[in-house]
Design a protein around this ligand. Structure first.
Ligand code: TMP
Length: 209
């Protein structure tokens, strides 16, 4: 028996963490054993790679170095946490996964989807999420919310609006190209409405069980 793998995506400030908690609570109430994790990170080694990636002092990181560090963290996370958890029959809710790499490195940094796909194949083989929830909002809205949180900007949050427009466009292209796996939710809607749509995705997965 294998658990389900659900990823939450979107630019900064769209409410991923809130919706991850909604999803965790909803599944737990229904007796599902869930693990919540995040990328980059999720294991001690991958969290160290995360710190390298987010360090705003690393102003000269080459785009390919960034791409490979994302996947280095992912390879560790898969081996140490995601795959064993799924194999044990638990569900995994992950705050970002490879669609973020297509969006941020592929779109935002301009590396292109082909190069991302090559490394994805190397690291993941055929593994893909069972469902991906994309919380969508214009970058102006998301960034204003993220900046209102007050913590200093990390290396990604320091980027300009245009960067996040490319990230959002790449996310939406992914959603169109993989429409069966993605659910796009308008993150500017009322919180209760966003949560209702998230739990709707979970209901669908539960009935497929
Ligand atoms: P977080 O702040 O949502 O935890 O994510 C950390 C940052 O890492 C966020 O700005 C998006 C970025 N990121 C990528 O650029 N590529 C990736 O593959 C992942 C997982 C995250």
């Amino acid at each position: 028996m294998s658990g389900r793998f659900i990823t939450f995506e979107g630019i900064e400030g769209v409410g991923k963490s809130t919706q991850l908690e909604v999803a965790r609570g909803y599944l737990q109430q229904r007796g599902i054993d869930v693990a919540v994790t995040r990328e980059p990170g999720g294991t001690p080694l991958a969290e160290k790679i995360r710190a390298l990636l987010l360090d705003a002092g690393h102003t000269a990181m080459a785009p390919d170095a960034e791409l490979l560090l994302m996947f280095a963290a992912r390879a560790q996370h898969l081996a140490e946490k995601i795959l064993p958890t799924l194999a044990a029959g638990r569900w995994v809710l992950c705050d970002r996964f490879t669609d973020a790499t297509y969006a941020y490195q592929g779109g935002g940094r301009g590396i292109g989807a082909e190069r991302v796909a090559a490394v994805e194949q190397l690291v993941q083989g055929a593994l893909r999420p069972d469902a991906t929830i994309l919380l969508d909002a214009p970058p102006q809205v998301g960034l204003a919310r993220a900046r209102a949180r007050g913590a200093g900007a990390d290396r990604f949050e320091s980027e300009q609006l245009r960067f996040f427009e490319r990230v959002r466009d790449a996310y939406l292209q992914r959603a169109t190209a993989h429409a069966g796996r993605f659910t796009v939710i308008d993150a500017t809607a009322e919180l209760a409405e966003v949560s209702r749509q998230v739990t709707g995705v979970l209901d669908r997965l539960l009935t497929e069980q």
